[in-house]
Write a protein that binds this ligand. Structure first.
Ligand code: SAM
Ligand code: GLN
Length: 311
């Protein structure tokens, strides 16, 4: 017959497996006690503080929990990202289910959502589009926190769209949300045909150059989908397509908000200016790096006038 295990014993067991796992990055192994708390909290779907309190009270956990924690620990010890091992990740106020079909939503992408909400704060309504939605993180945050009439989420990966749709069913936002499969702006052809204009086009596209793959942490390079990470043309391919194509879809005064690689913020901003967006600005993330490009589409007329004055 199986018996209960003390939470404290379980945490110590997980921490010692993490500390001794050669495939894990050094900083994770060095902070194995913290990683163990996060892992057990993730499996139980509670805040890490709850786990610490349980350990302090000398609480026990059931054999079912011990099994689930051991399975997650074994995966983590192989180097798999924590979010995949526990099956979910936090993004803004949401908890999203994630697995190897999608990028784990990052804290810095929360800044992208802030910028979309900021540049559309003057009035409610309009259509917001999230290109390359992955887990649905940006689209679901906009559908729950924004005041849009509609949010459209696209992805070239049908596997990713399955994850995003499942997250949408759980979050169940009040704003209508459509999912569409396809590359870049292709899923929006019907909008163009019907004359519907987009108020804000947002994307966290793949932007890592193939030549940079070797320098990535193995938890990213070896586990997250390549289609979510890498782009041709030194990481610029998706920016070129999105910045060139968005004006045909945007309202006059509409916005493009793109997560950018900190190393390529400047050239992405220059590219946006060359296409006639005005103003164009770069916003920094919590770590102080250029992270978000915010560009307004002034419309062809305003562009022609400011162009003739400026040259
Ligand atoms: N938006 C999610 C987030 O911020 O966590 C996922 C971002 S991930 C960096 C990029 C996403 O874009 C992936 O889900 C990938 O499948 C998708 N993708 C890659 N190339 C694409 C393309 N050409 N058109 C549309 N989506 C694409
Ligand atoms: N921010 C991710 C990373 O460097 C990359 C995601 C992307 O290419 N958009 O880990």
């Amino acid at each position: 017959m199986s018996t209960a295990t003390a939470m404290r014993t379980l945490l110590a067991e997980v921490a010692s497996r993490i500390a001794a796992a050669p495939r894990l990055e050094g900083d994770v192994r060095d902070d194995a006690v913290r990683e163990a708390q996060l892992l057990v909290a993730g499996v139980l779907d509670v805040a890490p503080g709850v786990v610490l309190q349980a350990a302090a009270r000398d609480d026990t956990v059931t054999p079912l929990v011990v099994d689930a924690v051991r399975r997650a620990t074994a995966r983590r010890a192989e180097g798999e990202p924590l979010a995949y091992c526990v099956g979910h990740a936090a993004f803004r106020h949401l908890v999203l289910q994630v697995d190897a079909r999608v990028l784990v939503p990052r804290p810095e992408t929360e800044v992208v959502v802030d910028e979309v909400l900021r540049c559309t704060a003057d009035a409610p309504g309009g259509v917001a589009v999230d290109i390359g939605t992955g887990s649905g993180a940006i689209a679901l945050a906009l559908a729950t926190e924004g005041r849009f009439d509609r949010v459209i989420a696209t992805d070239v990966s049908r596997d990713a769209l399955d994850v995003a749709r499942a997250n949408a069913r759980r979050v169940s936002p009040a704003t209508p949300l459509d999912f569409r499969a396809g590359a870049d702006l292709a899923p929006l052809a019907e909008l163009r045909a019907s004359g519907t204009r987009v108020r804000v086009l947002v994307s966290n596209p793949p932007y890592i150059a193939w030549s940079e793959a070797a320098a990535l942490p193995s938890s990213v390079r070896d586990w997250e989908p390549s289609v979510a990470l890498f782009a041709d043309d030194d990481g610029m391919a998706r920016y070129r397509v999105l910045l060139a194509g968005a004006p045909a879809l945007l309202e006059v005064g509409g916005w493009v908000v793109l997560e950018v690689d900190a190393r390529r913020g400047g050239i992405t901003a220059d590219l946006a200016r060359q296409h006639g967006y005005d103003p164009v600005r770069l916003v920094r993330d919590y770590a102080g790096r250029d992270r978000v490009l915010v560009a307004r589409w002034p419309g062809p007329r305003e562009r022609a006038i400011s162009g003739s004055i400026g040259q």
